[in-house]
Design a protein around this ligand. Sequence first.
Ligand code: SAH
Ligand code: SF4
Ligand code: F3S
Length: 442
Amino acid sequence: MTEPRKLYVRTYGCQMNVYDSERMAEALAPAGYVATDSPDDADMILLNTCHIREKAAEKVYSELGRFKPLKAARPDLKIGVAGCVAQAEGEEMMRRQPMVDLVIGPQSYHRLPALEAKLREGGRAVETEFPAEDKFDHLPQRPKATRGPTAFLTVQEGCDKFCAFCVVPYTRGAEVSRPAARVLSEARDLVARGVREVTLLGQNVNAYHGEGPEGGEWSLARLVRALAEVEGLERIRYTTSHPNDMDDDLIAAHGDCAKLMPYLHLPVQAGSDRILKRMNRKHTAESYIRLIERIRAARPDILISGDFIVGFPEETEEDFRATLDLVEAVNYGYAFSFKYSPRPGTPAAERAQVDPAEAQDRLERLQALLGRQQRAVQDAMVGREVSVLFEKPGRFPGQMAGKSEYLHAVHVEDPRAEAGSIGRVRVTESHPNSLSGVLVGD
Ligand code: SAH
Ligand code: SF4
Ligand code: F3S
């Protein structure tokens, strides 16, 4: 037996990159690679990158710089860049970074074993085509190792929406949905390995329209209902959704499908109709608020989370106040907010930019409001009973930690709480980033 080769993967960006990194490691396993958690003894380093904001892309170049001495000491070490920066920069990255052996875009991961063999022969490779074939068809089946109680499962990839600020339609390509039968079999396989909760992933997951097992097309709602029939799978989540793709059946599923968790990430980006139009979001603040009302009518306790961009080109103080008004109207349980970052090749990058100090000030005001809402929503859990899927020991001895149906981190001190089990917990205290409580049953 030869020594196993060591693979170090670092993942940036969204949950889909986390999923893709797992699949890449599996794709390289037949070539003798095992995972290592340090770059120092790796035979191959893969950076799975994100291009969504400037800072995310910069991190990749500075990280590559830190690997330079490793590569100088061990010229056999192979360095690969995958993900959205790889897709966006491709050839240019190869030119700028002679130490990089491989640049591979998200649609080409099924080519990884062949490209790795090419690197072993001393070559370099760039692969950033959008092939007609589905990469998931060609990625090897997961080995049957047991795993933790939660998992991501990509069902849809790419985006046809072209919001004026966003690189995703360029880096991930057009919307593609995986056939329902394949998603169902992957879910069953995950359950057999110990998974009890899956989060269905897609850049526009609620636009899912995969081929049904008996022909025709399945919507996300149909897929969720079929997954709810999978024995042993207890919880289903999905992310990220676009407001315009929330159809009636999906809203209804939140009311009648017990395994669909009461948490919905539904980004709106801004509250001013003028800015929403310039962002090419194709909805208004009012239509978004009405939509939230309909979702809450189906599932009154649902926790809504969102994404916001401040300082989008031409955003005025008045526009920004409309964002604050929308936040007040919705009452978010969780939120991510960002300063607009001009991305090369996107329409908004060419427009008049907002003064950076002004954008920073707006970000701070928005985050203060969102932070207050988030805290109040979390604090309101105290005294309530929630269901917790326990995942791993908590920070202190004797603690077991997991997530409630609303995605709050919850910990208890109780030997009956085992990883992978679901228990009823009465919440007793709210901490800055978590809740604690006592187990009252299962
Ligand atoms: N597909 C999802 C999320 C895409 S990226 C959706 O449709 O909403 C995640 C978040 O990053 C976006 O929701 C947006 O808030 C933020 N984002 C995207 N491009 C950005 C940019 N150029 N500058 C700042 N934030 C951006
Ligand atoms: Fe980007 Fe989401 Fe808009 Fe698609 S819908 S362009 S992924 S922000
Ligand atoms: Fe980033 Fe690409 Fe995801 S740009 S957010 S890694 S789709």
